[in-house]
Design a protein around this ligand. Structure first.
Ligand code: PNS
Length: 161
């Protein structure tokens, strides 16, 4: 059974993430959407909130499991018997960072492969950070994140829904 890992901060999940997850779910038998800690980021949502938002978003995909892990990605992959990591690439600017992580993960576990999926052009400019900025200052994030994520963002920034 081919298992794939879609790792990320998912703070919060966007339609860009959803596109990669849905495409991975068509290619692999089982997909794990797992929330990891990114030391370079200070998250807006708790891990529990991010797990809930991801679970609701993938409820229609029977072969997708949502999980969270505090530790190294390679450790988690080994525990779950996963040998493929799937990451989205939006633009050349993503490449350097993703390349570094893929190389380091391979150094930590030579069996682990990283596959890259090219994001759809309409998602090229979409990121969790930009969504948070727009929502923080009262702009509309409709069409960038699922409706339940939009509601959570509005609540987080004290705007009622
Ligand atoms: O969505 P992000 O923030 O780009 O995802 C990055 C993430 C969370 C996948 C990355 O930071 C990660 O793998 N964190 C877990 C700890 C780890 O294994 N770090 C990489 C060592 S090379």
């Amino acid at each position: 059974m081919a298992k794939a890992l879609c790792p990320g901060s998912f703070d919060p999940l966007t339609y860009g993430h959803m596109d990669v997850i849905e495409r991975a779910a068509r290619v692999f038998d089982q997909v794990y959407v797992t929330i990891f800690q990114n030391d370079a980021k200070n998250p807006l949502f708790t891990v529990q909130e991010r797990v809930e938002m991801c679970r609701e978003a993938v409820a229609h995909l029977p072969n997708v499991t949502v999980d969270a892990y505090h530790g190294l990605l390679v450790e988690y992959a080994k525990r779950q018997g996963i040998s493929i990591v799937v990451k989205g690439l939006r633009a050349v600017s993503d490449f350097e960072y993703e390349f570094q992580m893929a190389q380091m993960n391979r150094r930590l576990d030579a069996e682990l492969e990283t596959f890259f999926m090219i994001a759809r052009p309409e998602h090229a400019y979409l990121s969790s950070s930009i969504v948070k900025t727009i929502a923080r200052f009262g702009g509309s994030v409709t069409g960038l994140v699922p409706p339940h994520v939009e509601s959570r963002l509005l609540r987080k920034f004290g705007r009622s829904v």
